[in-house]
Design a protein around this ligand. Structure first.
Ligand code: ADP
Ligand code: ZN
Length: 209
């Protein structure tokens, strides 16, 4: 099973992807997590990516396409994957098709999580991040990470003006991919404005499970 999760920042892609990979033995390929790990490790790629991420802009296509290409190529052919946060542009979607064709792999579904932008802005203001273990959670968890006891922080790119820019970037660059996958006949849409488990239930139905 090879799945793409589409949806605006804050629509719950990461949460749903984590539930899916727990249940099925899938690789969770999240470009945002990979990029944040590169930033934390101060690799050349991370240093380059950070300035775009802090502004809520997209990291250049070539950087992200190269990173995903390596990740897919390194993966065992038997294992399915869930792509979370990639592709985000038409160029990335086309590159992905080429990479998958080379690896003789297909896509089973692209699931778009739909959510009103104003709800997203509200959600993001209560989102917290643990720099120590990389986990995303909410302010209701308190000041310390329940997994590793690290200090929870607000991600630089979750500040309101940056969130608004990310939503504009999403509408301009990423939302058109919904039509791209509809054209391929693999698009499914689900409603994101529901409790996590209800979204997950709809997601399972959307992928025929
Ligand atoms: P969100 O939680 O908003 O979905 P992510 O954690 O997926 O955000 O990504 C955070 C940031 O990383 C993005 O705002 C962008 O700067 C960068 N990024 C992640 N994935 C991509 C991608 N496929 N192409 C370009 N930039 C990306
Ligand atoms: Zn932690």
């Amino acid at each position: 099973m090879n799945i793409i999760l589409l949806g605006a920042p804050g629509s719950g892609k990461g949460t749903q992807a984590a539930k899916l990979v727990d249940y099925f033995d899938l690789a969770h390929i999240a470009t945002g997590d990979m990029l944040r790990a590169a930033v934390a490790g101060q690799t050349p790629l991370g240093i380059e990516a950070k300035k775009y991420m802090d502004a809520g802009d997209l990291v250049p296509d070539l950087v992200v396409i190269g990173m995903i290409g390596e990740r897919l190529a390194a993966m065992g052919a038997a294992r399915g994957f869930i792509l979370d946060g990639f592709p985000r542009t038409a160029a990335q979607a086309i590159a992905l098709d080429e990479q998958l064709a080379e690896l003789q792999r297909g896509l089973d579904a692209a699931v778009a999580i739909e959510l009103d932008p104003e709800i997203i802005v509200k959600r993001m203001s209560s989102r917290r991040f643990c720099p120590l273990c990389g986990r995303t959670t909410t302010a209701t968890e308190g000041d310390a990470c329940a997994t590793c006891d690290g200090d929870l922080v607000i991600r630089d790119d979750d500040k309101e003006e940056v969130v608004r820019n990310r939503l504009t970037v999403y509408a301009e660059n990423t939302a058109p991919l919904i039509d791209y996958y509809r054209g391929k006949g693999i698009l499914r849409t689900i409603k994101g404005d529901q409790p996590v488990d209800a979204v997950y239930y709809d997601l399972l139905a959307a992928i025929g499970q």
